[in-house]
Each structure stands twice: as structure tokens, then as C-alpha cells.
Design a protein around this ligand. Structure first.
Ligand code: 5GP
Ligand code: MN
Length: 351
């Protein structure tokens, strides 16, 4: 495809990304469906993908969930997770399935580069692409149908809406409920963030009425680590956490040697960024981890500090107003230095 026609397609999509509701009548015709999500899928990414998979299987579609990378042990219990293809481990098979796909659902991310090594493959696919996501600044030009709504607590809430609004609410069973509930718990910080609006609690009440046993879901998400992970948390809080009261900011910078020493696996660092928020007066928490290929940031704020804008401006990232992520290809030392300069530039908001 030459550049002009690619641009034309992008233009047409940006004008015509159709509302998700227009897909509802088509759900009765069996399709070859791929569902994908962002790299290192969290509970919302994996839960929304697997809940949608269960619904579409029930409706007679053939469905494959492809994750761009591996995932944490605390989502590895979800119904259907054993059928999920890890793109990095099964690239050939996954590419063949992607080539055959008629529908591609993209859940819990809104720009292809969040799928890491799958990015180029997704860009070249000509099948119908469907976006369901709640992050800021979607790349709407890449999708044919979609819903992008930052007021939603989670993509799992949006999948619940998708199922009920398309008329299939009676298909929500215990398995679908567990997937949806896990994602909502994950993305609302166990219902503490303002995103846990009235509708979210009503939704959970409905899941309970459909057989959800919520206690075990919390256990599998939060009480599912090995001893070394808790020792690692202790080490990090004692030795790697710096508090800058002049900026009401906490920085945690974790070198690769810590990850090796404590045998840290995918998902073991989840939640670390939340601990410093318990210090009185802290407005911004920034966590940077020296991963193999890049330095990966997590940002969390309280009140009127916009993490999404901060992550986009300084660290090629994005996300939500009070929770975002980013990256850097500099060394850890240089990345931290750049962060301190960025803090100085933002001191008027943080003080
Ligand atoms: P976390 O810190 O938990 O990895 O991510 C916080 C939020 O920011 C999540 O909603 C996540 O999807 C989003 N996010 C994390 N990293 C990135 C990134 O590099 N780019 C963008 N656009 N969003 C990110
Ligand atoms: Mn999410």
C-alpha cells in the first residue's frame, strides 16, 4: 500500500470511527476474532479480554486472545487464560491467526505502540479494528469501530456495558463476573479512586446477583506472591525511596541488580508505586525500574497534578490524569537526573 492510500485510510477512519453500538447487530454472524491488549497485561487488560472472549465464544464466534508479552502470576488464574497466546513466545502461530482475523478487538490501550513487538503487525492488518478503552488521547484514526471513554473506571466496566447494551446481559455467568470484577478492582485501587462512581458499585451488585464470589478474587490478586517479593518491597522502601518534601514528591528508582538479587518476576513490582502515597501531603509518586530494554516509569498523583501530561511531555508515555506510565532509553542515572529537572519545572504545581 502506498503512502497516500495509507493516509487516506487514516483520514477516513478519523472521520468515520463508527460508534460501538453499530457492531451490535453484527454479533449474531460468526466471525474469526482476535482480542488483544497492552503489553504486560494487568487485571483490567486480561480480565476485559477474557470476559469478551467468553461472551463471543458463547455467541458462536471463533476467538483467540493474543497478549503482546507474558503476564503476572496474579492474573494467571483467570478463566481461559491458559488459551491466551503470548506473542513473544508464539509469534509465527499468532501472526497466522492475525492474518486470518476478520475482527480485531483492541482493549485497554488506544495506540498500537503499546503492543510492543506486535505494533507493526497490527498496523498492516486490514481487518475490522475495534477499540474499547478508557485512556486519554486515543489514536482514533487506527480504528473502524470504537468507544473511548475516560470517564469509565476500567475497560472491564466498558465490556460489562458492551455485553448488557448489546442485549446479552443474561450471558454474564460466574466466570465472566470474575474476570470483570478483577479488572474493576485493579483499576479502581479496590474502589478507592474517584473513578469508582455510583454505576461501578451498581455493576458489582449485578455481578454479585449473577453468582460472583468476590473474596477469592481479592486473594488471587493480592495475596498470591512468594516471600521474596515481600522482602523486595521492604528493601526498596528502606533503601531506594527518596522523599522530596519541597516538591511533595516521592521517587523510587530500582536498579537491575535489585531485580536479579530478589528474583523479581513479571508482576512482582505491581502496587509498589502505591505505598508512598500513604505519606501525609505527598502529591506525586514516581517509580522507575531498570528493565532490560528500557527504564519504565509509573506515576501516581493525588489532586491536581496531571500524570498523563507529565508522562507524555518528559517520558514518551501517557495514561490517566492521576495514574500514568512512561519510558526512557537513557541510563537509570540519567533518567533520574531528567526527572529531577522535570520536577523543578513543575514545582509551581507540586508545592
Ligand atoms: P502503570 O504505572 O500501572 O504501569 O500504568 C498506569 C497507567 O498508565 C495504566 O493505565 C497504563 O495503561 C498507562 N501506561 C503505562 N505505561 C504507559 C506508556 O508507556 N504509554 C501510555 N500511553 N500509557 C501508559
Ligand atoms: Mn484499564
Amino acid at each position: 500500500m502506498n503512502t497516500i492510500s495509507k493516509l487516506q485510510i487514516a483520514y477516513l477512519r478519523s472521520r468515520f470511527m463508527k460508534p460501538l453500538e453499530q457492531l451490535f447487530p453484527l454479533l449474531t454472524e460468526p466471525k474469526k476474532v482476535v482480542i488483544t491488549t497492552h503489553q504486560k497485561p494487568d487485571a483490567d487488560a486480561m480480565g476485559s479480554s477474557l470476559a469478551l472472549r467468553l461472551l463471543l465464544l458463547d455467541l458462536g464466534h471463533s476467538v483467540t486472545v493474543i497478549s503482546p508479552t507474558n503476564w503476572a502470576g496474579w492474573v494467571d488464574w483467570m478463566p481461559g487464560v491458559k488459551e491466551v497466546l503470548d506473542y513473544e513466545m508464539n509469534r509465527q502461530k499468532a501472526n497466522a491467526i492475525l492474518d486470518e482475523a476478520e475482527w480485531l478487538f483492541c482493549l485497554d490501550f488506544n495506540i498500537f505502540h503499546r503492543t510492543k513487538t506486535m505494533t507493526e503487525k497490527l498496523k498492516e492488518l486490514t481487518c475490522t479494528k475495534i477499540l474499547i478503552d478508557h485512556h486519554q488521547e486515543p489514536d482514533v484514526a487506527s480504528f473502524d469501530y470504537g468507544k473511548s471513554d475516560v470517564s469509565k473506571s476500567s475497560t472491564c466496566e466498558m465490556i460489562y456495558d458492551f455485553i448488557t447494551e448489546s442485549g446479552y446481559g443474561d450471558k454474564i455467568n460466574e466466570e465472566i463476573s470474575e474476570c470483570l470484577y478483577a479488572g474493576i478492582v485493579g483499576d479502581t485501587g479496590s474502589f478507592r479512586f474517584s473513578s469508582a462512581h455510583q454505576g461501578v458499585h451498581k455493576l458489582v451488585a449485578d455481578l454479585k446477583s449473577k453468582g460472583l464470589n468476590h473474596g477469592p478474587v481479592h486473594d488471587r490478586l493480592f495475596d498470591n506472591f512468594l516471600e521474596n517479593r515481600l522482602r523486595f518491597v521492604g528493601h526498596v522502601l528502606l533503601h531506594r525511596m527518596e522523599v522530596f518534601y519541597e516538591y511533595n514528591t516521592v521517587l523510587i528508582a530500582i536498579p537491575k541488580s535489585d531485580l536479579i538479587k530478589y528474583q523479581i518476576k513479571t508482576g512482582d513490582t505491581e502496587g509498589l508505586v502505591n505505598f508512598p502515597q500513604s505519606i501525609q501531603g505527598i502529591k506525586l509518586v514516581a517509580l522507575v525500574i531498570d528493565r532490560d530494554e528500557e527504564r519504565k516509569w509509573s506515576f501516581r498523583s493525588k489532586g491536581d497534578f496531571d500524570c498523563n501530561t507529565f508522562a507524555r511531555k518528559y517520558f514518551e508515555g501517557g495514561g490517566h490524569y492521576n495514574a500514568a506510565g512512561g519510558r526512557s532509553s537513557d541510563t537509570l542515572e540519567m533518567t533520574v537526573k531528567r526527572f529531577m529537572e522535570a520536577l523543578k519545572e513543575n514545582e509551581h504545581i507540586l508545592q
